[in-house]
Structures are given as structure tokens and as C-alpha cells.
Design a protein around this ligand. Structure first.
Ligand SMILES: *[C@@H]1O[C@H](CO)[C@@H](O)[C@H](O)[C@H]1NC(C)=O
Ligand SMILES: *[C@@H]1O[C@H](CO)[C@@H](O)[C@H](O)[C@H]1NC(C)=O
Length: 300
């Protein structure tokens, strides 16, 4: 006979597996870019494939392309698989971001800065709160992002924003409102995916321009996941959240922060793959770093 605690463990695993199964179905079968997104710019350059389960966004001399989520969300975990433009990609930016719009907008960015053939991409991240950005962190990647799909995730809850690559945390921005740093908690976001020409600054500081004879530049997206997110219905009272039904509250994304192991992993990424951190740019901040940089990030 199973002991009580073992039975509880088995029950919890069964629930977790059921949740995972539902998610997998939602992500792989049910999810469609047709259902979740509109092409709001460069419609012609957004190609929906496999019944909308895959989308290719392309950049040519005429235009890039951008998808915008039909829903707006107030908090959530957003996952997206992306395969970046292979070969020549200098001057291009492929992106995945959440943004509120408006004058005092909030925004969280994954921007992949292309490069000349054979040279590495740079992942540029930024976080805007209450209209203020200038919180750039850049990373080189530990894999070839053009060879296959990788999962890029934005977790946004009232405690912090965490960026992940294939489940590995690479950046955290904690809610420091108590210390006077604005944190997005009030305005709903749209989710965006896009590709555009940014030859003025993207590649090697703007020295390398887009080579249009290599166009079109094509990035491929699949498996958008927002099942752990709160859909905004126009007023706060009718926000509906998903994915928050795991057995223990500790596993809820709404309360998720970095545990000890995640901090270790994040520090490993910072030590080995970080190319730029505004919090360490003494030229830019000769006298004092922004408040959120000074608060020790290693505290759990
Ligand atoms: C492109 O490659 C060069 C040379 O390896 C590198 O310095 C640069 O950071 C890479 N990325 C971008 C976006 O310029
Ligand atoms: C642009 O691409 C074409 C076609 O691949 C190539 O022949 C040419 O040398 C490239 N131009 C530059 C400036 O790299």
C-alpha cells in the first residue's frame, strides 16, 4: 500500500502531468497565429503556414512586418519559439516584445541584432517603465539561433520581470517601486513579433548596412504560449488569468521569483555571455548608477 505522502506525491504528479498535457495541446495543436495575432504592418510579408501554427516574417527593400496580439494582457508568461534569419542578417532586427503603447509606456524587449554571415547575433534587451527605458543589457548566445527554434520567454508578474532562453533565466528586473523605480503594474500590453531594418545602429554599431541583394530576410516563429497570462477585458474587474491552477502556490507563475538555483544560473549567463550592461557602464553613469542597479541583485 502507498503511504499517505507518497500518494499525495503521485496525485500531485498526476495533476502536473495533466496540466502539462493540456498546455502541450494548447501550445502545439490549438494555438494558431491566425487566432492570436493580427499582421498590423507589412501584411504581405507575414506568411502563415501549417494552418497558422507557423509564421514567417520577412524583410525586403519595401517593408518589414509586425504581428500584434489580438488580446491584451495584464501580467503573464509569454513564450515564443523563434528561428532567426540565417546567413547574412546584418542591419536586420528580429524581435519579440510586450508593449503598452501610450506616452508613458511600459515595454519589455527581446531584439536580435543581425550580423554579417558567419558572425554572431547579439541579443539586445531593454525594459521601459512609465515611459523610461535606457536599461539595455546585451548577450551573445551559447547556440546558433539560426539553426533551430529556441524558446524565448517573458515572465511578468507584480514582483518581477524575468527573461528566459529555453528556460534559462538571463535577466531579472525586480519591482523596486518601494525605492522609487516605476514598475509596470497598471497598463495592459500587447504581444508583438516583428522584423525590420535597423541598419543605422544594429550591426557593429551601424558600420555594417543591410545588403539588399541578400533579401528577403526571413525569421520563423511558432508555438506562441500565453496560457499562463491574464487576458485584459477592458476593465480590471474582468481580467481572466490562466495557468494558475497548479497544486501548490509556490509553483504559480504569479508569485514566481528566482530561487537559489536560478540565481546561480543567471550569474553563470552574466559571467559568460553578457556583452553589455547599463548597470556597469561607468562612461554613461560617471557619478551614480540608476537606483535599480545599486540594490543588490543577488538577494533572494
Ligand atoms: C557582429 O560580429 C562582430 C564581430 O564578431 C561582433 O563584434 C558584434 O558584436 C556582432 N554583433 C553585432 C550585432 O554587431
Ligand atoms: C551583398 O551580397 C551580394 C550577393 O551575395 C554580394 O555579392 C556582395 O558582395 C554583398 N555586398 C557587400 C557589401 O557585402
Amino acid at each position: 500500500m502507498l503511504s499517505g505522502s507518497l500518494r499525495r506525491l503521485v496525485a500531485a504528479l498526476a495533476v502536473a502531468l495533466a496540466v502539462l498535457a493540456t498546455r502541450a495541446v494548447a501550445a502545439v495543436v490549438d494555438r494558431s497565429f491566425h487566432r492570436d495575432f493580427n499582421a498590423v504592418w507589412g501584411k504581405r510579408n507575414a506568411r502563415f503556414l501549417e494552418h497558422g501554427r507557423v509564421v514567417e516574417l520577412s524583410l525586403d527593400e519595401r517593408t518589414g512586418s509586425r504581428l500584434e496580439s489580438k488580446d491584451r494582457y495584464l501580467f503573464g508568461r509569454f513564450d515564443l519559439d523563434i528561428r532567426l534569419v540565417a546567413g547574412e542578417s546584418a542591419g536586420t532586427i528580429t524581435s519579440f516584445y510586450i508593449c503598452t503603447g501610450g506616452a508613458r509606456h511600459d515595454e519589455v524587449d527581446f531584439e536580435f541584432l543581425g550580423n554579417v554571415s558567419g558572425e554572431p547575433y547579439l541579443l539586445h534587451t531593454n525594459i521601459f517603465s512609465d515611459g523610461k527605458g535606457e536599461r539595455e543589457q546585451q548577450f551573445v548566445l551559447w547556440f546558433d539561433p539560426t539553426a533551430d527554434f529556441h524558446t524565448y520567454s517573458i515572465l511578468w508578474n507584480p514582483l518581477n520581470i524575468i527573461l528566459y532562453i529555453d528556460g534559462t533565466p538571463i535577466r531579472v528586473f525586480r519591482n523596486n517601486e518601494a525605492n522609487g523605480v516605476p514598475f509596470p503594474t497598471r497598463q495592459p500590453v500587447h504581444v508583438f513579433a516583428s522584423i525590420w531594418n535597423a541598419e543605422e545602429w544594429a550591426t557593429q554599431g551601424g558600420r555594417v548596412k543591410t545588403n539588399w541583394s541578400e533579401a528577403p530576410f526571413v525569421a520563423t516563429y511558432r508555438r506562441f504560449g500565453a496560457s499562463s497570462a491574464c487576458v485584459w477585458r477592458g476593465n480590471g474587474a474582468t481580467t481572466r488569468c490562466g495557468g494558475d491552477h497548479l497544486p501548490s502556490s509556490a509553483s504559480s507563475w504569479m508569485g514566481q521569483t528566482l530561487d537559489w538555483w536560478s540565481w546561480m544560473t543567471l550569474n553563470w549567463v552574466r559571467m559568460n555571455y553578457m556583452a553589455y550592461d547599463y548597470c556597469e557602464d561607468r562612461k554613461r553613469y560617471p557619478h551614480a548608477f540608476p537606483t535599480e542597479c545599486i540594490i543588490p541583485i543577488g538577494r533572494i
